[in-house]
Design a protein around this ligand. Structure first.
Ligand SMILES: O=C(O)CCC(=O)C(=O)O
Ligand SMILES: [Fe+2]
Length: 207
């Protein structure tokens, strides 16, 4: 990835609040990250994701959010994960230099959505806690076809159900958007759907 593509991304965030960047990372790296997610899933090492601040999935939670996740830790990162983290550090620096965003750290997890799983309409900032500033979703799916479904639906006008835009989770595509501005939703897919999702944060604003 070159800095010119980051320039376009940063400009799009400044102008529109979101950016869609195909081929953010090279295909070999995307494949390595996808293989790691699949291996973790096969080992049963992924945890059922939860919503809000709770850490346990309840029966009705699964209808809200059906993915399985693995949080990345800097000191345990594989070489492929380190390459991803380095690209994200560069992006963080570019955001801070161009837009004075004061981004301070990245929290990130792998996510596997089994066929049919969804993540219902939500905002990535938890109520009363504004540290998550920019949501960054990198898709890891090879040969995703339109009929596979699994689009990310981003609502463009607050809580209103229209207008919206649908983005296919094609491997290598990075979607970034302002975490506090856009409600969004993961639609069901007929294939397993894999991603690496990160949030750039500012320092805690909660008291
Ligand atoms: O995977 C996606 O397209 C979006 C995931 C998401 O909204 C989240 O993890 O908060
Ligand atoms: Fe989200």
């Amino acid at each position: 990835m070159n800095s010119r593509s980051n320039d376009l991304l940063v400009d799009a965030i400044a102008n529109d609040g979101y950016a869609i960047t195909p081929d953010f990372l090279p295909p070999a790296l995307i494949k390595a990250l996808a293989d790691e997610a699949k291996a973790l899933h096969a080992q049963g090492a992924l945890q059922a994701a939860t919503t809000g601040l709770s850490s346990r999935r309840s029966a009705d939670n699964i209808g809200l959010r059906g993915d399985f996740i693995h949080w990345l830790e800097d000191d345990l990162a594989s070489p492929a994960q380190q390459d991803y983290l380095a690209a994200m550090r560069q992006l963080q620096q570019d955001f801070n230099q161009a837009l004075f965003m004061g981004l301070f750290e990245l929290e990130t997890h792998l996510a596997v959505y089994p066929p049919g799983a969804v993540y219902r309409k939500h905002l990535d900032q938890f109520q009363g806690r504004a540290e998550r500033q920019v949501s960054c979703i990198l898709y890891l799916n090879e040969d995703w076809q339109p009929e596979d479904g699994g689009t990310l639906r981003i609502y463009l006008n607050g809580n209103a159900s229209e207008p919206y835009m649908d983005i296919s989770p094609t491997g290598g595509t990075l979607v970034t958007f302002l975490s506090g501005r856009f409600m969004h939703e993961v639609m069901p897919s007929r294939r397993e759907r894999i991603s690496l999702t990160g949030w750039f944060r500012t320092r805690s604003t909660s008291v």
